[in-house]
Design a protein around this ligand. Structure first.
Ligand code: AHM
Ligand code: MG
Length: 338
C-alpha cells in the first residue's frame, strides 16, 4: 500500500481507511475491529500509567488457566478487550490467555466474520516494577458460516491463515504495531489528544547480533543451544532480556536480534503459547523480513490442537534464526556434552 502524506501526520483511522480503498467492496468490518482493538489499547494504556496511584498493582488472588497468579491489571485488560470486541458485530469469538474457554459471541452480534486471539497483558510479572508490558493479538477470518456461532475450528488452524496480527506496547510511550498484507507499521499514541499516529512506517527487521533469553535456565537446554550460547560470548554478541516477550520482541523487531524461549527436558513444549503469543509475533516477524521457528519448522506452519498449547520459540532477524536453527538441527540430546 502506498502511504500518502506521511509527513502530515497520519492517524491510525486514516491509515485504516486508506487500506479500505485498496480493497474495494470490503465491508469495513476489519477497520472497525482494529479500531476496537486500538480503543482497548488506549484504555489499558491509561490504566497502566496510573496503576501505582489507583491501587491497581498486585494480584487479584485468582489463579488463571495457566496456573499463574492473575494480576489486577491482567483482569482489567482482559475485561476491556472482551468489552471492546464482543458487541461490535465484527468479532465472532475471542480466545484469551486469561480464560480457559473462548468467548463465543452470542446473538445478535455473532454474525462477525473475524475471530481474535489475545494475550491482553503480556509480561505481567513486570507490572509492579513499572517495566514494559504489552498486548499481543492475532486476527483470523472465520471458516464457519457467518451468522452462526463460531467454532473451535475457526482458531485451531495453521498460522498461515492469519489475516493480521499486532502488539500494543505500554512502555515509555504506547505504540501499536499492526501487521497485514500491507506490511508492518507502527503507530505511537499521543496521549494529549488520544490518537495513534503513524510513526514507524514499513518496519523491516535488520540483522543484529543481540540475543534475548533467560540465560539462567540454559543448563536445562539442549546441547546445540547451549553451545550456540557459549559461542556467542566474546564474539560480538550483546544480550538484552526484559522478561516480557512483547517488549523483548518489539525491541528486536525494530533493532534486530533474536528471542529464544526453548524447550527443556522437563517442559518439552516450552512456556509460551502458540495461539495468542507465538502465532501473532511470528506473523509480524515474517511480514517484517524476519522469521520464527519452533526449532524444527516455521511457527506459522503449526496447527494447534488446543487453545492454550505451548510451543518453543526462536524468533527475530532471519539470519540469526537460520544460524541457530542449524545448530539445533545438529543437536545432541538434553544434558549431553557441550
Ligand atoms: P505472561 O503471558 O503470563 O506474562 O507470561 C509470559 C512471559 C513472557 O512475556 C516472557 O517472555 C516470559 O513469560 C518470561 O518467562 P521467564 O520468567 O521464565 O523468563
Ligand atoms: Mg503472555
Amino acid at each position: 500500500m502506498e502511504l500518502r502524506g506521511f509527513d502530515e501526520g497520519i492517524t491510525l483511522d486514516r491509515f485504516l481507511l486508506d487500506t479500505l480503498r485498496d480493497h474495494p467492496g470490503s465491508s469495513g468490518d476489519f477497520v472497525q475491529l482494529v479500531q476496537a482493538i486500538a480503543l482497548a489499547g488506549k484504555l489499558i494504556s491509561a490504566r497502566v500509567n496510573r496503576a501505582g496511584l489507583a491501587g491497581l498493582l498486585g494480584a487479584t488472588g485468582e489463579v488463571n488457566v495457566q496456573g499463574e497468579f492473575v494480576q489486577k491489571l491482567d483482569r482489567y485488560a482482559d475485561d476491556t478487550f472482551i468489552r471492546a470486541l464482543e458487541h461490535g458485530g465484527h468479532t465472532a469469538m475471542i480466545v484469551s490467555e486469561e480464560a480457559e474457554d473462548p468467548v463465543i459471541v452470542g446473538p445478535p452480534w455473532h454474525s462477525g466474520r473475524y475471530v481474535v486471539t489475545v494475550d491482553p497483558l503480556d509480561g505481567s510479572s513486570n507490572i509492579d516494577c513499572n517495566a514494559t508490558i504489552g498486548t499481543i493479538f492475532g486476527i483470523f477470518r472465520r471458516k464457519s458460516e457467518e451468522g452462526t456461532p463460531a467454532v473451535l475450528g475457526d482458531v485451531l488452524r495453521t498460522g498461515r491463515d492469519l489475516v493480521a496480527a499486532g502488539t500494543i506496547v505500554y512502555g515509555s510511550g504506547t505504540m501499536l504495531v499492526l501487521g497485514t498484507d500491507a506490511g508492518v507499521h507502527g503507530f505511537t499514541l499521543d496521549p494529549s489528544v488520544g490518537e495513534f499516529f503513524l510513526s514507524h512506517p514499513h518496519i523491516r527487521t535488520p540483522s543484529a547480533r543481540t540475543y534475548s533469553c533467560n540465560e539462567a535456565y540454559s543448563d536445562a537446554w539442549q546441547a546445540g543451544l547451549r553451545s550456540w550460547l557459549s559461542d556467542c560470548k566474546g564474539s560480538g554478541w550483546s544480550s538484552r532480556y526484559i522478561g516480557s516477550l512483547v517488549a523483548d520482541f518489539h525491541r528486536n523487531l525494530l533493532k534486530g536480534g533474536l528471542f529464544v524461549y526453548p524447550a527443556t527436558a522437563k517442559a518439552s513444549a516450552g512456556k509460551l503459547r502458540l495461539l495468542y503469543e507465538a502465532f501473532p509475533l511470528a506473523f509480524l516477524a515474517e511480514k517484517a523480513g524476519g522469521s520464527a521457528t519452533d526449532g524444527r519448522a516455521p511457527i506459522l506452519d503449526r496447527i494447534p490442537n488446543s487453545l492454550h498449547e505451548r510451543v518453543p520459540l526462536v524468533i527475530g532477524s532471519a539470519d540469526a534464526v537460520a544460524e541457530l536453527t542449524a545448530r539445533m538441527a545438529a543437536d545432541l540430546p538434553f544434558g549431553g556434552p557441550r
